[in-house]
Design a protein around this ligand. Structure first.
Ligand code: ZN
Length: 283
């Protein structure tokens, strides 16, 4: 995988170098199927497991970039966004001469599905209030944070994906997982955490925040507003993006808070050219 800088206003675009540089922009229009990971598809060309990279890009402040991949699946790495953020930090960002564009939320939009809920509301910054309720050993966790305070790299990026050992056969049947490895996910059993220690006491909800930021990147711009999610997941996150795109009266394009310019990455290569076999995990 290689990331290459892109002109201001172009957004985040995936490029399949193994398919004549076929491009798939990271927008809600191209969301394919969403179960345990978010995939994009255009003209039957697929890119799967996009959420962790998109989260890292938004969290780190990268607005315009081309993501070159030679495979349909993004690498899972250690199951978090930290390897991406580390790579971005090593090359730095380049400021562009246009102000950053935001999707400024003007009115509330809510999506409910049984006990699952997600809503977006007007507000300054990019506030996220996420509550999860999973079987033990996770239970109920809540995390409240604001992306504009610059805490993403430290508080969100290191949180790893997680999965229940019991779900593994089912996931395999769905073709979603080729085996859960200790190296790329927190593995849970009814007895507890199989491969501790956790990086944060509330690492599970922090990972859901990470996923949410990545999925909401598909709105095409950073959100300016407040997002509340309860027991949500990729399907709910992307449902909110679709609602936003359909309801043009719910938001407006706004420009940087002060002189903040759009930023982009110059070029960064992650991995060694060959993607490691990636294992989308159930979170
Ligand atoms: Zn995830």
């Amino acid at each position: 995988m290689r990331l290459v800088g892109a002109p201001a206003g172009s957004g985040i675009v995936f490029r399949r170098t193994d398919l004549d540089n076929f491009e798939i922009p990271a927008t809600g229009r191209n969301v394919a199927k969403v179960s345990y990971a978010t995939s994009l598809m255009r003209q039957s060309v697929l890119i799967s497991t996009t959420e962790h990279l998109l989260s890292a890009l938004i969290g780190f402040g990268v607005d315009n970039v081309i993501v070159e991949v030679d495979n349909l699946e993004l690498p899972i790495l250690d199951g978090s966004a930290l390897p991406y953020v580390d790579a971005f930090q090593s090359v730095g960002l380049k400021q562009q001469r246009r102000k950053r564009e935001y999707i400024r939320i003007l009115k509330q939009l809510e999506v409910r599905d049984g006990s699952k809920f997600i809503g977006v509301y007007p507000g300054s910054g990019y506030q996220i209030d996420y509550t999860i309720d999973f079987p033990q050993p996770i239970g109920i966790e809540r995390f409240i944070g604001d992306l504009e305070t610059g805490d993403y790299a430290r508080r969100i990026a290191p949180a790893r994906t997680f999965g229940f050992k019991e779900d593994e056969p089912k996931l395999r049947d769905m073709g979603l997982i080729r085996g859960v490895s200790d190296a790329c996910a927190i593995i849970l059993t009814a007895q507890g955490i199989q491969n501790g220690p956790l990086r944060f006491a509330d690492e599970f909800v922090r990972h859901k925040v990470l996923d949410l930021i990545g999925d909401l990147a598909l709105a095409g711009r950073r959100i300016q507003g407040r997002v509340v999610a309860e027991r949500a997941g990729h399907a709910m996150h992307t449902a909110l993006v679709q609602r936003l795109m359909r309801d043009r009266s719910a938001w407006e394009l706004a420009y940087g808070y002060d002189e903040a310019a759009e930023t982009r990455i110059e070029a960064v290569k992650i991995g060694t050219g060959v993607l490691p076999a990636s294992l989308p995990a159930p979170a």
